[in-house]
Design a protein around this ligand. Structure first.
Ligand SMILES: Nc1ncnc2c1ncn2[C@@H]1O[C@H](COP(=O)(O)OP(=O)(O)OP(=O)(O)O)[C@@H](O)[C@H]1O
Ligand SMILES: [Mg+2]
Length: 226
């Protein structure tokens, strides 16, 4: 088997509080093979967002190690971690986190231009990605003039902008009505499968989770199969 796109080994995360530390992750292990789509379904407060932020190199664990395409991230400085994040990882949040003063196309262009892609090429790729989500007529709309479902589609297109190997999504349709959530989730999975991405997607919806290759949960700070 080729090396996992994402591997988390013995990952620990605790948050200090007045009453002592909360141990959120207590030795979490998880490996995602290339092209593998994994759902993370666990009750509120068990550490899904925490796990995704650690996997996305947005935060550092208190113990254990996160490997992205075989490379240990713990010993890298912030600049090297940012470079891996930019090239290899796409992240989708529950609330789109689009930049309000930029258009849909510009939101998808920005990560590409930050990675050194020229403006015209970035615009072309943004138009292609947004077309894949049925948004060709919305390229020049700012987020405030898009529906919730359209905003999430743009956020997913942005996550795909730099052709990542790993897609991480934190309840990407949690903020949408059931019918729209269903549609956007299907499009997300279709794009991830079509591009051969590994994906870890937190969701509260068991019907959506069942469409993925594997479902895991968090129990006492560890990742366990469902
Ligand atoms: N920055 C922080 N400081 C202190 N405690 C935190 C911090 N972030 C998260 N926590 C705590 O860690 C636990 C896990 O939080 P996390 O956001 O990862 O849960 P979650 O599974 O994503 O929940 P939800 O389904 O509600 O989004 C919670 O008890 C939360 O209160
Ligand atoms: Mg969360």
């Amino acid at each position: 088997m080729s090396e996992p796109v994402l591997q988390m080994r013995g990952v620990e995360r605790r948050y200090p509080t007045g009453a002592g530390a909360i141990e959120v992750l207590r030795g979490a292990d998880l490996a995602l093979a290339r092209g593998e789509l994994v759902a993370l379904v666990a009750p509120s407060g068990t550490g899904k967002s925490t796990l995704l932020h650690l996997a996305g190199l947005l935060e550092r664990p208190d113990g254990g190690e996160v490997f992205v395409q075989g490379r240990a991230a713990g010993t890298l400085d912030d600049a090297a971690r940012t470079a891996i994040r930019r090239r290899t990882i796409g992240f989708v949040y529950q609330f789109h986190h689009l930049l309000p003063e930029f258009t849909a196309a510009e939101n998808v262009m920005l990560p590409q231009m930050t990675a050194g892609v020229a403006r015209a090429a970035a615009r072309e790729r943004a138009a292609e990605l947004l077309a894949a989500f049925g948004l060709s007529a919305r390229l020049d709309h700012r987020p405030g003039r898009l529906s919730g479902g359209e905003q999430q589609r743009v956020a997913i297109a942005r996550a795909l902008a730099n052709a990542p190997a790993l897609l991480l999504a934190d309840e990407p349709t949690g903020n949408l009505d059931a019918a729209t959530a269903e549609q956007v989730f299907a499009e997300l999975l279709g794009q991830a499968r079509g591009r051969g991405l590994a994906a870890l997607i937190a969701t509260h919806n068991p019907d959506l989770a069942r469409r993925m290759d594997r479902v895991v949960t968090l129990r006492e700070g560890r990742v366990t199969p469902v």
